[in-house]
Design a protein around this ligand. Structure first.
Ligand SMILES: Cc1ncc(COP(=O)(O)O)c(C=O)c1O
Length: 436
């Protein structure tokens, strides 16, 4: 361990007087107006003008016909996944999920909320390895997955850290196999992708799509999420499921399993106040990413990559990977880690510890789903085919695993849009000192 505050490499550096966050809510004042309005008019429930307004505004912004506002992105992903399951395999009995007995191809390097709904619906997630150009689902690995499991009809794709994945290739593969896409745009609201010559917003690239207004997202409602679709029938179905699946009888009558997933008009008021600032937040996040790229250019690290021809990220989180040759000794167990300083080198463990010592929040890269204890027995497919069972007592090395490599060498940097350029320069200095 290093005593960063007294180490000569960090001489003259002081901890930040107030904590620098990874990504915290940024309020502007309009949020208060719409929350107050809801309370003043007594629309303090899961109906009201704020809900109607944010559904209209977000659908128009993303460029899809319908939006259904829900309690959170996870709820949106659950209903998006259930809807896909029901379309593909029919309505399930009340005690069964719609994906029972079926496999689903899923992004591997994402937050678990992307893919847990597959388990909620009794399906089996098959994790698809990551590509190194955008840190998203590898189309080549997806092709391999269809060789191994040609019967699969559903793909769950996330855009990590606000960077769009290779959606032209993924959509072409899905179309060739007659598969539906659930698009998880929770982290990428406002990011765009060039598809067949047209710029399309993430959240409008799949069949059933989801976004999140969680407190750490590019805009927030404190919580909240949305299901997005071009189909009126699908929007109506999700709205019905989200409000306990009530039928049109005078009493509580139910023909389907229901959920209490509708957003509150108060939370929707916060979202309503944030929508006008989405572009401003994206511009601030982009400036942060670009300052890191410039400020870290002389170090043996790389920023999280994106496709400059076919995409414009929302730059939600800035991340880096340490080049392999510059990795100092660093090991992780199930819940702890150990790193050792080596002059001229560093590691995610050391950099995150240094940032924490100076009162700045970073975070490890999202640990890939195929490495998570809960999903360790699920299939995992890489560009080489089956990614499981490749280790061997007699041969060194166990095959390609892009996600595991990014997780080992990568970290998320303080990316709060309220961080000043001066504060960010100090973060960049701390990272330089780690390598001294
Ligand atoms: C990729 C991804 N999917 C889904 C979610 C879930 O969204 P929520 O927290 O709104 O349920 C999150 C973040 O929270 C996320 O980062």
């Amino acid at each position: 361990m290093r005593d960063f505050l007294h180490d000569p490499a960090f001489a003259g550096m002081e901890p930040f007087s107030s904590k620098l966050w990874l990504a915290s809510p940024t309020m502007h004042g309009d949020e208060q107006r719409w929350v107050d309005e809801a309370i003043r008019t007594n629309w303090v429930s899961t109906v009201g003008a704020n809900i109607d307004e944010i559904e209209k505004q977000v659908a128009a912004y993303v460029g899809c016909n319908y939006a259904v506002a829900l309690t959170c992105g996870t709820a949106a992903l659950h209903l998006a996944t259930k809807l896909a399951g029901e379309k593909l395999y029919g309505q399930a009995r009340p005690n069964q999920g719609t994906l029972q007995g079926h496999r689903v191809f899923c992004s591997d390097m994402t937050f678990d909320a992307s893919i847990n709904p597959v388990a909620y619906e009794d399906g089996e997630a098959v994790f698809i390895d990551t590509e190194s150009d955008t840190w998203n689902m590898s189309p080549e690995a997806l092709e391999q997955a269809f060789v191994l499991y040609p019967e699969v009809k559903l793909i769950v794709v996330a855009h990590l850290y606000g960077t769009p994945g290779k959606m032209d290739e993924i959509k072409a593969i899905a179309d060739a196999h007659g598969a539906l896409i659930v698009e998880d745009a929770a982290e990428s609201l406002g990011a765009k992708y060039l598809l067949h010559g047209n710029w399309i917003e993430t959240g409008a690239l799949g069949d059933n799509n989801a976004i999140s207004f969680n407190g750490n997202k590019i805009i927030t409602g404190s919580a909240g999420g949305m299901f997005l679709t071009d189909s009126k029938e699908d929007a109506d179905k999700v709205r019905k499921w989200s409000t306990q699946s009530r039928e049109a009888a005078p009493w509580y009558q139910h023909e389907e399993i229901g959920y209490n997933y509708r957003i509150s008009n108060i939370v929707a008021g916060v979202v309503r106040g944030q929508i006008p600032y989405l572009e401003e937040h994206i511009a601030q996040k982009r400036a942060i990413w670009e300052r890191y790229e410039k400020g870290l250019a002389d170090l043996p690290v790389k920023m999280n990559p994106w496709d400059r021809e076919k995409s414009v990220p929302n730059f939600w989180l800035s991340c880096l990977t340490v080049n392999e040759e510059a990795m100092a000794p660093f090991v992780r167990g199930e819940q702890d880690e150990l790193w050792q300083h080596t002059p001229g080198k560093s590691s995610p463990g050391e950099i995150l510890a240094a940032l924490a010592a100076f009162n700045a929040e970073g975070r490890p890269i999202w640990k890939p789903m195929h490495m998570q204890p809960i999903y360790r027995s699920n299939p995992f497919v890489t560009v080489e085919g089956n990614g499981r069972g490749r280790s061997n007592a007699y041969i060194a090395g166990s095959g390609v695993d892009v996600g595991a490599d990014i997780f080992r060498r990568g970290l998320c940097l303080p990316s709060d849009n309220k961080m000043t350029a001066d504060q960010q320069e100090r973060v960049i200095e701390i990272i330089h000192a780690c390598f001294r």
